[in-house]
Design a protein around this ligand. Structure first.
Ligand SMILES: C[S@@+](CC[C@H](N)C(=O)[O-])C[C@H]1O[C@@H](n2cnc3c(N)ncnc32)[C@H](O)[C@@H]1O
Length: 309
């Protein structure tokens, strides 16, 4: 007798199309791709060099800094951050246990802390600020609520400390959108098919970048979250005007204005930095590939330092 196609047997399960990947499921997709992730990004010319450039653009100075790498993945951004600020203590956070495991299995200097958490869950995992700098490479596009994420990053920073958000942004320019479509469909997605057989994550990558904020929208978001001194630079290579470093600072604490007989700043205790109202007070700089961001800023010598020549 042939197969029973009637209605008497157990109901046949109709395969349900899986929901498209989004911020709530992306960490699971990274788990599945964790083993092949390094090989894939290693084939992307400039991937590591560009992370190093963004980290250098933070202008981190001094040893013994406390830094946060949000969405550290397999550790490529962590390595870039440590390269820009050797001797720092780094808290590296990722929502994907698989990606974090790949990262932890590499060689690291002492002072590393690995945390399996989403950005939103960090307070519950006991990760608290203040940090001397925060690096978030290819993270914010994946957040369920980028505005809330930016506010949380702001609150985790020490007053005056920088954030570097290393991210794709193609919406503002036709050329950038075309380049992104071509690279995605002619290189990244076919390569993922060959290396892992599963292209779900990389089709999500294409879509999420296509739909993410343009530079103007994203810098406005940063200003709305309270960041000042916002600057944007791009990368060399095919990533020019496709991948960017978005720099911002939590404003330094306001000076306490003293009247005769009033408390000294020590007595007054630290004042919380105000979250400024949304005023896009950032200076738009050229944003070229060779712009070193805060790394270009001349350090003000301490008062009383004699001139060197
Ligand atoms: C494209 S990878 C980038 C990894 C690394 N920063 C790099 O530059 O190679 C993005 C990482 O962000 C993580 N991620 C996504 N959403 C997150 C969230 N809400 N909180 C923390 N990590 C998240 C993913 O698990 C993934 O490992």
């Amino acid at each position: 007798m042939g197969e029973d196609w009637g209605v008497t047997g157990p109901e046949r399960e109709t395969p349900q199309p899986s929901p498209p990947l989004g911020p709530s499921t992306v960490a699971h997709a990274f788990d599945e791709q964790a083993a092949s992730y390094d090989k894939l990004v290693g084939a992307n010319p400039g991937y590591h060099e560009h992370l190093r450039l963004s980290a250098r653009r933070m202008g981190l100075r001094g040893r013994g800094l406390r830094l946060l790498d949000l969405g550290c993945g397999t550790g490529a951004s962590t390595e870039a951050l440590l390269g820009a600020a050797p001797g720092s203590e780094v808290v590296a956070v990722d929502a994907s246990a698989g990606m974090l495991r790949q990262a932890k299995n590499k060689n690291w200097p002492p002072g590393m802390q690995w945390v399996h958490s989403t950005l939103a869950e960090l307070p519950a995992k006991g990760v608290r600020g203040p940090f001397d700098g925060i690096f978030a490479a290819y993270l914010v596009r994946n957040l369920p609520d980028p505005d809330a994420g930016l506010r949380q990053i702001f609150d985790l920073l020490k007053p005056g400390a920088p954030v570097a958000i290393h991210e794709y942004s193609v919406r503002d320019h036709v050329r950038s959108r075309i380049v992104w479509g071509l690279v995605s469909w002619m290189v990244i997605i076919p390569m993922a098919k060959i290396r892992s057989g599963d292209t779900t994550l990389y089709r999500y990558l294409w879509r999420s970048v296509r739909d993410f904020d343009g530079v103007d929208t994203f810098t406005s978001r940063m200003a709305k979250a309270g960041f000042t001194d916002i600057r944007v630079q791009t990368m060399p290579g095919w990533q020019q005007h496709v991948v960017h470093t978005f720099l911002g600072r939590r404003p330094a604490e306001e000076a306490v204005v003293l009247e005769p007989g009033r408390l000294t700043p020590e007595h007054a205790g630290p004042r919380p930095s105000p979250r400024p109202r949304h005023t896009p007070d950032f200076t738009e700089r050229d944003g070229g590939a060779d712009d070193l961001g805060y790394g270009d800023d001349v350090e003000t010598p301490p008062a009383g330092t004699p001139p060197t020549s």
